[in-house]
Design a protein around this ligand. Sequence first.
Ligand code: NG6
Ligand code: CA
Length: 501
Amino acid sequence: MIRNWIPLLCLLVAPATALADKPNLIVIMADDLGYGDVSCNGATSFQTPNIDRLAAQGQRFTSGYCSASTCTPTRYSFLTGTYAFREKGTGIAPPNSPSLIRPGTPTIASVLHNVGYATAVIGKWHLGLGDPKPDWNGDLKPGPLEIGFDHCFLLPTTNDRVPQVYVQDHRVLNLDPADPLWVGDKSPSPDHPTGISHRDTLTMDWSHGHNSTIHNGISRIGFYTGGHAARFRDQDLSDRWVAESKTWITSNQDKPFFLFFASHDLHVPRAVHERFVGTSGLGPRGDAIIELDWCVGELMNTLDELKLAEKTMVVFCSDNGPVLDDGYKDDAIEKLGSHRPAGPYRGGKYNIFEGGTRTPMITRWPGTISVGVSDKMVCTIDLAASFAKLAGATLPSDGCLDSFDLSAAFMGKPDAEGREYLVQQDNGQNGTYGLREGNWKLLRHDVGKTHNTELKLERRKIDQFQLYDLSSDPGERTDVIADNPEIAAQLKKRLASVIER
Ligand code: NG6
Ligand code: CA
């Protein structure tokens, strides 16, 4: 009698066991963090002990990349596994941007959700909400919940853009219907206070742009009124997101989960919690790195407390390279000293020199991922296919077009292959691309101009094509295109074939 029950019991137990074997997956994405901005990659002006601990317990990548040198396209590519330049309108999203990832598009979250994962995004979104624009006082959809996330707790755009409210699942949190939220790109009335009319009241002055509606002593990009009960203080963002993450991890600890923790540090306005002010000696930009490091420590502590560390792969990365003055007078240039935010690399945010996309990348999974330093080329766009492999999911044939399964490389396996080539983009579809293949780097600038070559936001004229040999010239100083016409021709062909795929 009992024997007859055994096959049935096995059937009932088998799927649950398989689910229990799947690793938890956490991606911590920093904002505007450069390769050299962490002490495990060589920063000496301050220390990032928690990020260093992550690296000391896992793999630290010296050729880890995000796919673009601005936020929206990197996040689009990370979530969809498809280069953002394949989709129009995926450059830096404005405050009233519609949802940029259409419902039904396969994403890293939907792929994991389909095999039983609990999925959440907590932090900065900046991929638009709603269609054709956000309904700030109603249901904010489509959004993350329509592309595979079960839960979200968001800053809708970036914190230098309006509005300063949290979005929890489909709604603005704590919104009082009697005080509706209005968001627009034109002033709502001639007497609406702005960073221009009330500049002397600001706690952080602007240097370019960022001079519209004032909230919390800081003027922003765009205008808004109402929603006062829902507004947050910039200084509390990190604490809130860490607290929300702890709560969510705790309540989902019994099933496999995927958490996308999207920090706002160190994007402008760099208004960290009071307890971090002055901790780096480099002003608000450095202090924001210390705050970010604290968040990483808190997430690791949570895993330890719940005894989940050995069941969880943590990936630490950035959404684009560094920038100093990004629109506010926050002493980023004045207090930089000898610190080199992009490490040995040239450029940063907004351009396709290595500093724009080669950024910190660390993977940790104690007991499973070996400890070491890897020079394999890996990119945030590859996390979709790699996580699918680790979770036992199959990628849909119509999605994640540019994501490679590099799970072996992410795990630090010695014989693993990295990427053969990577296309780097800056922001939108303006014909500016980088291609790294092996140690060669081709730059293409169809518009003939580049931004931020030395972390300051000047525009410079630039030749349409340049070629660098990263093995002898990682800082991209000597253009060798004239001496290597055949290599340049091969790389141009490869670039064109990827872009026009
Ligand atoms: C730029 C903003 C910059 C930053 C960036 C987006 C101005 C002058 N500059 O347009 O401050 O917000 O957009 O950054 O407004 S990102 O990291 O989200 O891509
Ligand atoms: Ca960014």
